[in-house]
Design a protein around this ligand. Structure first.
Ligand SMILES: [Zn+2]
Length: 509
């Protein structure tokens, strides 16, 4: 592996069909944590998110709203961009599939696949789910007695019977190559449970897929056949290349992607279609597709029609953006599903952020102010410094494995240990006896170090609040992960400041 290569991370581009919700937010926040973690390791990171603005459903929504599709997607893109700003998502680029740079790249990948002989013209007849923007075999649909066939993911929509002349992609030819790839490169699809699902699909054999649509006025025109537009998934997936300059040569400085972060419902498109398109076009495959799980609320699917709602603006307002970032990744394991409720959010905010972390910062900084005039003393290490070393080591290990929730655990375990250390050392007693001065110095120095380490480990999760904590420790620039343990804080002037996480029950409104 080239150590100088950029770390390229993407999320699925969001479908421009409604407002951003918690499901979108979990994905963006998790990917943002991964991007920030790699920056903290000193790597050159390129982080791309964006919008999927074509597809039949977008057209229908624009029609229903009585606006042009272009006006519709502009408004939605603005809404998403605003949400990501509030949530402090640190993306380097935001790609929209209606952009020229994207259209050029889609047409180029089609030329490459065409040159490889993997397209042919044929007649498509079968079912289409507008919700999935995908063709369905009868096996993939469900039917209750006396009812129409339905897509199990979109039971409220009717599937459409379609019959039209289309361009087809020889997906069937890629069954064996893809199976072989899964064996050779297990890291290609993660976590393992998702890889096993993909393997099952492949073992059942692949059918060719239709990759164009006729008579749709919204999309990327098929090169040399402008009566057709490019099927929305072939169009959308190519964003991972067009966002970094494909077909211009500069894309090679960033490609292949280190990780495509996606939801577990779209693995078929990312772990079968996308690698097959790339193999056909002669383009390197991404290193990893990481499929995260879903968020439920109180054990139920978040759904407006079912009355199970927790809208994004309300969730952000509850305790601020950083607290939401923390809570979602604390509660929703990055390699599986998770459940949230307002009550548990409040509880975790109070016990973990306001009490454990907030009080640790408050107590430590105020004791440095009170006993040492606000200057971190110089002193030899104590047991807590060893805990810091172990925490950094374990944190890197779990974060490299994509277990973000365990990264939080590791940092919060250190916070608990630091709180226990204060109780054992009882600095207030040491301060009463001049003979206790060296031990008091060592205690305060160790606490300052532990706070800086905790701030560094938690910074990807809570960039604003942990940046503030680091400033209060007299370290406005957080160190890289490799340097955090060797940084000398002695002589730093600290500021206690207002509580980092105000307790709602103590706030007067
Ligand atoms: Zn569907």
């Amino acid at each position: 592996m080239d150590p100088n290569k950029r770390f390229y991370i993407t999320t699925a581009i969001d479908y421009a069909n409604g407002s951003p919700h918690l499901g979108h937010a979990v994905e963006k926040i998790g990917a943002d944590v991964v991007a920030r973690y790699h920056r903290r390791k000193g790597e050159d990171v390129h982080f791309v998110i964006g919008m999927d603005e074509h597809g039949q459903k977008v057209l229908q929504s624009a029609d229903a709203a009585g606006v042009s599709p272009a006006e519709w997607v502009d408004a939605i893109a603005e809404e998403f961009t605003e949400a990501w700003k509030v949530l402090n998502i640190s993306h380097d680029d935001f790609i929209r599939t209606t952009e020229d740079r994207h259209h050029r790249g889609v047409q180029e990948i089609i030329r490459l696949i065409e040159a490889n002989g993997d397209f042919y013209q044929g007649t498509y007849s079968g079912y289409y789910c507008v919700g999935c923007e995908g063709y369905k075999t009868e096996d993939e649909l469900v039917q209750e007695e006396g009812e129409e066939l339905r897509c199990p993911t979109h039971p409220s929509l009717e599937v459409q019977w379609m019959e039209e002349e289309n361009w087809f992609f020889r997906l069937s030819a890629y069954t064996e190559p893809l199976l072989k790839l899964l064996d050779e490169r297990p890291e290609l699809v993660q976590p393992e449970i998702r890889r096993n699902e993909i393997r099952k699909v492949l073992e059942g054999g692949l059918e060719d897929i239709s990759v164009s649509r006729s008579r749709l006025p919204w999309g990327v025109p098929w090169p040399e056949d402008p009566d057709h537009i490019v099927y929305v998934w072939l169009d959308a997936l190519t964003n991972y290349l067009t966002a970094i300059g494909f077909p211009g040569e500069e894309y090679q400085a960033t490609w292949p992607a280190d990780v495509h972060v996606i939801g577990k419902d779209i693995t078929r498109f990312h772990c079968i279609y996308w690698p097959a398109f790339l193999l056909s076009a002669g383009i390197e495959l991404p290193k990893t597709v990481w499929a995260h799980g879903f968020v439920t609320y109180g054990g139920r699917k978040l759904s407006k029609s079912a009355g199970v709602t927790f809208e994004l603006p309300e969730a952000i307002d509850r305790h601020g953006p950083d607290a939401l970032r923390y809570y979602l990744l604390r509660e929703v394991p990055w390699n599986g599903d998770g459940d949230i409720t307002r009550e548990r959010f409040d509880e975790r905010y109070t016990t973990e952020l306001a009490n454990d972390l907030g009080n640790l910062a408050n107590r430590s900084l105020s004791m440095i102010e009170k006993y040492r005039g606000g200057v971190v003393p110089s002193a030899p290490p104590r047991s807590l410094d060893e805990s810091c070393e172990k925490a950094v080591e374990r944190y890197e290990h779990v974060m490299d494995d994509g277990l973000l929730h365990q990264g939080i655990h590791t940092a919060m375990d250190l916070v608990s240990e630091a709180n226990g250390f204060i109780e054992r050392q009882a600095p207030w007693s040491l301060a009463k006896d001049p003979a206790g001065a060296p031990e008091l110095d060592a205690t305060l120095a160790s606490l300052a170090r532990a706070l800086l380490v905790a701030a560094t480990l938690l910074h990807p999760f809570m960039p604003e609040r942990m940046g503030e904590l680091s400033r209060r420790l007299g370290t406005p620039e957080l160190p890289t992960l490799g340097l955090v343990l060797s940084l000398d804080l002695s002589g730093n002037s600290v500021i206690r400041g207002e509580p980092l996480f105000p307790r709602p029950d103590l706030q007067t409104k």
